[in-house]
Design a protein. Structure first.
Length: 498
């Protein structure tokens, strides 16, 4: 049936006094949608998937009944066959007949705002900014209408009470300065003295991103604001647009995100010269998909091979101790905390909620197994007044590895002016080791202790961390810790990592 005939039949079903009808036109050939949009351009149609959305009013004008009929006749004349459907109609009492929901894709948060808890919205009562505009298929920008909003809401999950879950945001305080780079410093910020590629919190973002599958952490998704706190003007740094998390970054045509960069020459060439027969890992994964989660799994996940869309310099500079630092913070999220956090998302499907929490737990465990065992995991060293050295093994505490048979402590005097050390003795034991008897006793004295673990399963643990203690009154106070110390043959510290 021709499009104009379908519209005539729809008109016959409209109640007397109707004020506005919203229609869709879905071409049989999806490739013809651009041609159809050009014909219907006077109606300002919006696009939703493979359909065009537009509204009709009983009065005259560009959206009047006769105008719509003429334009649909032109669609028929160009032999663009398709289906015309009534989505909703507004009667005098403003009762809307809503279209059935199609998927469970969440509404994304607005940019330049910090996230806050979700809320609910009644679509007819939602306010739109008077200055909002939308780009049409023709390239023209026209005012954003209720039809544009409805076209979006049609493909968003709706609750039984006809409300939608949305993410509200708080506007950032202060003057917006734009984004920051993952390398170098801000030339207009005198407090920004450490190159960003050397900042641990930026280098370690790669590990946090791997855990949640946040593939879109690039400079364009950062924001700096000039704010005043306690009488001081400072630049505050924010991350924004974190919607590409979990499985939401992968859609019907993009499954490779988190496995490959946007451009990755080796894999691209491999597929090209094999005519697509050389399969990449992401092409063989059997995903258990939920619409509200997307393609997100924890069985094949490997944090070492995880890839963001764009490799930032800070990511490329990530060191083993950066990854260890991040892994300790991720491991601090217990199973119960993860499940409680996921529960706040109010997933409609309990199975999807459980699946998301299970995957996050699996990915957390793999991060711990990889990064907490890659280097010496000794943490929290203390030396009491009685000469008893105590510490913890973070990997063992996290359940990422079994305890080693024993630990070794190499004791040295340390000259804080020259960096020179002189060996005193070596002792060993469990996570509590007795100090040698001839430690310096003068107040202000320094000692250095290299602590390592005897573990054949994890050879990296045999490389010691270096701790520094200062004699303070009757006891010892931790003065420094180097997880990856660089020691010269003469025993002097060549370069400090902290």
């Amino acid at each position: 049936m021709r499009a104009v005939e379908q519209w005539d039949r729809i008109q016959e079903t409209l109640s007397e006094g109707w004020q506005e009808a919203r229609l869709s036109f879905t071409p049989e050939d999806p490739s013809a949608i651009a041609q159809a949009a050009a014909v219907l351009a006077p109606l300002g149609p919006g696009r939703a998937l493979d359909s065009l959305r537009f509204h009709v009013r009983p009065s005259g004008g560009p959206s009047g009944v006769e105008s719509v009929r003429n334009l649909l006749s032109r669609v028929d004349a160009k032999r663009i066959w398709g289906e015309v459907a009534l989505l909703d109609v507004t009667a005098p009492e403003r009762v809307a007949v809503e279209a059935p929901r199609r998927s469970r894709v969440p509404v994304s948060s607005a940019r330049t705002r910090s996230p806050s808890p979700g809320t609910r919205s009644d679509a007819p009562a939602t306010m739109r900014s008077p200055g909002a505009a939308a780009r049409r298929p023709s390239g023209a920008r026209t005012p954003y209408t209720r039809d544009d909003m409805n076209a979006i809401l049609e493909i968003v999950a709706r609750k039984p009470d006809n409300t939608y879950r949305v993410i509200a945001g708080r506007l950032l305080a202060g003057k917006i300065l734009g984004g920051f780079q993952y390398a170098g410093t801000r030339p207009d910020d005198p407090n920004d003295v450490v190159p960003h590629e050397h900042r641990r919190e930026l280098r370690a973002l790669r590990v946090f991103g791997a855990w949640t599958n946040l593939t879109d952490l690039k400079a364009a998704n950062t924001l700096d604001a000039l704010a005043t706190e306690n009488g001081r003007t400072i630049v505050k740094h924010y991350l924004q647009d974190v919607g590409s998390t979990f499985g939401m970054c992968n859609d019907l045509h993009e499954w490779d995100l988190s496995y490959e960069h946007f451009y990755q020459g080796d894999t691209t060439a491999k597929r090209l010269f094999s005519f697509g027969f050389a399969l990449s890992p992401w092409q063989t994964i059997q995903y258990k998909e939920y619409p509200s989660v997307g393609k997100f799994e924890g069985d094949r996940f490997d944090p070492r091979t995880w890839r963001p869309q764009t490799p930032t310099i800070a990511y490329l500079e990530t060191r083993d101790d950066d990854a260890f630092w991040a892994a300790r913070r991720i491991v601090a999220f217990t199973d119960d905390l993860i499940r409680a956090a996921v529960h706040t998302g109010e997933y409609s499907d309990p199975e999807a909620e459980k699946y998301l929490a299970d995957v996050l737990i699996k990915r957390r465990n793999k991060i711990a197994q990889v990064y907490m065992t890659a280097i010496n995991p000794i943490v929290s060293p203390q030396l009491d007044a009685n000469g008893r050295l105590t510490f913890e093994n973070a990997a063992v505490a996290a359940g990422a590895a079994p305890a080693p048979p024993s630990y070794r402590a190499a004791w040295m005097t340390f000259d804080n002016t020259t960096g020179q050390t002189q060996p005193i003795s070596e002792t060993q034991g469990p996570t509590t080791i007795e100090a040698p008897r001839n430690l310096p006793s003068a107040s202000g004295s320094y000692i250095a202790i290299d602590i390592s673990a005897d573990s054949d399963a994890h050879p990296a643990w045999k490389k010691p961390i270096r701790t520094y203690f200062r004699r303070d009154g009757g006891g010892w106070k931790l003065a420094g810790l180097e997880r990856i110390p660089e020691i010269s043959p003469a025993g002097a510290v060549k370069k400090s990592t902290h």
